[in-house]
Design a protein around this ligand. Structure first.
Ligand code: MN
Length: 407
């Protein structure tokens, strides 16, 4: 076990020193070309794009596109990835507020109140897929405070650039949605901040599946082994990672909806154009020489960010009833959401079926569960198929649950 990597810049230097960061030729187009190059390198090398579309801010992508890299960032062997994440989620570490003068992310400030600032020229936001409506922020940690308790929440939401100071956002019915619903019911906006360019462990922590009023930035601190330094936004009360590269400060507007999408999403299908929530931008702050992080949708960085916290949660859920469950994996072919493989140290006949039912109850996204013995490497699709082909008989071993909720 080594010390966790707590800084994006030191992590990128670490990748570069081991030939895992490709320096791309300067000036690739922000529209389609950048995403295509990052996709080509997916899972092999992260990509750094200087002067993308002629913009002075470089774009970086794919720096957490392998499970082994994420374990390395945590400072643990790959076999301990899920247990380490779970320990952090169960033992959050409160953050530490620093003076704005000591927050790198507030070195440069662009205020939008005068009407001259334009997010479309300030930031190098790529357009990823062929039929996307336009440029999207895909690696923004959206941070907001619960209007009732003041406790923060962090989530990654896809964010479309609508105009110079307007963003469209997809908000699924989870914690941010609950905060905004409470504000909107009173006719009030909800203050938000969008942090772009954070270290891999803070990005991963943002995806933890924890109850409302568990601040994911405290899980980032636990993964770091030290309280996360945060700074108060300049135009609102949200606290943001002080070491982030870029922060957008703004407000979710009550009773305003505008068309968002289409956008190529994680299952490699487009989501439809629909009326969705809108953020008004109040300020952009960033480091003197910031980096802009983009996640190419449906590629490994995107899939792993979702999969690892889900796997950790599913493993904990199953082990409460079945302590002889030894590991779980959401397969890449199942877009890291829909197909689960469970490794079981079977002690009684029939147990695998109970485990399957437990897994389906554990998350409504799960559409297929395969339970294998301990000698099968669940991260190797060939070994899993070998187990199915030699140890499974459909007439007695297959269970189909009809009519349940699912994707
Ligand atoms: Mn949450």
């Amino acid at each position: 076990m080594t010390a966790p990597h707590t800084s994006l810049r030191s992590w990128l230097r670490h990748l570069a020193a081991s030939d895992r960061l490709a320096a791309i030729r300067p000036g690739v187009a922000l529209e389609h070309e950048l995403a295509a190059i990052a996709k080509r390198l997916d899972g092999r090398q992260a990509a750094l794009f200087p002067r993308p579309g002629g913009h002075s801010i470089p774009v970086v992508s794919g720096f957490m596109s392998r499970r082994a890299w994420i374990a390395e960032a945590m400072g643990v062997p790959e076999a301990r990835l899920l247990s380490q994440f779970r320990a952090a989620a169960e033992n959050p570490l409160p953050w530490r507020e620093v003076d704005p003068a000591a927050a790198p992310v507030q070195q440069i400030v662009h205020r939008f109140d005068g009407g001259a600032a334009d997010i479309r020229t300030l930031l190098p936001v790529p357009t990823h897929s062929e039929h996307d409506h336009g440029a999207y922020i895909t690696a923004g940690l959206v941070i907001a405070r619960n209007p009732k308790t003041g406790v923060q929440n962090v989530s990654i939401n896809r964010i479309q650039i609508h105009g110079p100071d307007r963003l469209g956002i997809l908000i699924l019915p989870r914690h941010l949605h609950a905060f905004f619903a409470a504000a909107e019911a009173k006719g009030e906006p909800l203050e938000v901040a969008i942090a772009i360019g954070v270290d891999p462990l803070t990005a991963l922590a943002s995806q933890a599946i924890v109850p409302i009023d568990c601040d994911e930035l405290e899980i980032a601190g636990a993964l770091h082994g030290a309280p996360l330094p945060v700074a108060k936004c300049l135009t609102n009360d949200v606290r943001v990672p002080a070491e982030a590269e870029i922060v957008i400060e703004g407000r979710l507007l009550p009773r305003v909806r505008e068309l968002e999408g289409p956008f190529g999403e994680f299952p490699k299908y487009y989501s439809a154009r629909e009326e969705r929530e809108v953020i008004a931008v109040d300020a952009v702050t960033h480091r003197r020489d910031p980096l802009f992080h983009t996640i190419v949708p449906a590629e490994m960085e995107h899939l792993l960010l979702g999969a690892i916290p889900r796997e950790a949660t599913m493993l904990a859920h199953l082990q409460r009833s079945f302590p002889n469950v030894t590991d779980v994996h959401l397969t890449v072919g199942g877009v890291a959401r829909y197909h689960l493989v469970v490794q079981l140290r079977k002690t009684r006949e029939g147990q695998a079926k109970n485990v399957m039912l437990g897994a389906f109850a554990g998350h409504y996204d799960i559409k297929q569960v395969i339970v294998v013995d301990e000698d099968v490497d669940i991260h190797d699709a060939n070994e899993v198929e070998w187990a199915v082909s030699t140890r499974f008989q459909a007439d007695r071993d297959l269970v189909v649950i009809a009519g349940a909720q699912g994707s």
